[in-house]
Design a protein around this ligand. Structure first.
Ligand code: UT7
Length: 325
């Protein structure tokens, strides 16, 4: 009999410090950087974001989100047999955030590793966990997206520093005899590596290159709207479903205009799109599980509904996961 994977529970965590656009604009003004609530809302839909405290790393945010997902799933950390964390902002070069989360949850033994696909990271991680469950090598997986992008922002660059926030989202995936995950679709094209990157790296005890985020926003925008439609259609085709079968579109939360354009291409009304970018900003690999958990907890997402999760990000990477919740 074929094994599928299904979501048993979700959780998320946002750091306490919340900055509205006005708060951020006031902080930036002290450094001679000019921006406004009007510009940010009009171009991106973002109204606020959360920033982690100095002492908080990705593993702290991830552990909180994981605890909430475990509680929602009604299982203990000892029952997990796989932990995957999607992040581009790990606590350290190594070990992985996943091993730190494992330890902070008070468990040990099961495989734990990180996935690095920037804003598509959670889609990649969920796909890997689904494959491992389908193959029989795992039964209960914890899949997390966690980021502290505030650590890699250049607060002198107004074209990027107003866009991102920190947070974490998690799901518990469990083996089941019915789907669950209906189809997955992953892609990458390394020729676009320079349009969204953090070029600095550790070298001989120092940092070589600029360790802050660089983005050609318009190039990213153009690529994103194309590939998000393509990957959604690819997952639908694999599952023999159509646009009309989607109950909720949960896209990577980067820019409301990209999300609206994707929804239009998929002939979905705006009220079928889960939007959290207004309150979270772009939290990279955390954005999709954060949006998913938000809509599960506020009751919009119901058991049996069909969800299209999709992401796009640096690499360039993109992909989608179509699932029955
Ligand atoms: O998670 C990874 C995926 N990332 C994305 O999906 C991001 C995709 N790109 C975007 O979301 C948009 O391209 C941005 C929001 C980044 C930029 O929006 P845009 O409509 O492409 O604006 P722009 O870059 O063309 O800039 C327009 C103007 C410029 O001024 P001039 O040259 O017209 O005088 C910028 O200097 O807006 C100016 N500007 C700002 N003004 C106030 C840029 N950033 C700001 C700012 N505040 N923060």
């Amino acid at each position: 009999m074929r094994i599928y994977s299904r979501i048993l529970g979700t959780g998320s965590y946002l750091p306490e410090k919340r900055l509205t656009n006005a708060d951020l604009a006031a902080e930036l003004a002290h450094q001679g950087v000019e921006t406004s609530d009007d510009w940010i809302v009009e171009r991106t839909g973002i109204r606020a974001r959360h920033f982690a405290a100095d002492a908080q790393g990705s593993s702290d945010l991830a552990t909180e989100a994981a605890r909430r997902a475990l509680t929602a799933a009604g299982i203990s950390a000892e029952e997990l047999d796989l932990i995957i964390v999607a992040t581009s902002t790990p606590d350290m070069v190594f070990p992985s955030v996943a091993t730190m989360v494992q330890h902070k949850l008070g468990t040990a033994g099961c495989p734990a590793f990180d996935v690095q696909a920037v804003c598509s990271g959670f889609i990649y991680a969920l796909t890997i966990a689904d494959s491992m469950i389908q193959s029989g090598s795992a039964k209960r997986a914890l899949v997390i997206g966690s980021e502290v992008f505030s650590r890699i922002l250049d607060f002198k660059d107004r074209t990027t520093c107003v866009l991102f926030g920190d947070g974490a989202g998690a799901v518990i995936l469990e083996a089941a005899d019915k789907p669950g995950i209906l189809a997955t679709d992953l892609h990458a094209d390394g020729k676009h590596k320079d349009i969204l990157c953090v070029p600095g790296h550790v070298n001989r005890g120092g940092i070589l290159g600029d360790p802050v985020l660089k983005m050609d926003g318009q190039a990213v925008f153009k690529l994103a709207v194309g590939v998000l439609e393509e990957t959604a259609r690819a997952s639908l085709a694999k599952a023999n479903l159509t646009d009309a079968d989607i109950d909720w579109l949960i896209p990577h939360q980067a820019n409301i205009r990209i999300m609206q354009s994707t929804a239009k291409k998929l002939k979905l009304s705006a009220d079928k799109v889960v939007v959290t970018v207004d309150q979270h900003g772009n939290t990279s690999a955390a954005s999709i599980p954060l949006a998913l958990d938000t809509a599960v907890r506020d009751g919009r997402i119901q058991r049996g509904q069909t969800l299209m999760l999709e992401g796009v990000g640096g690499g360039f990477t993109w992909g989608s996961v179509l699932l029955r919740y």
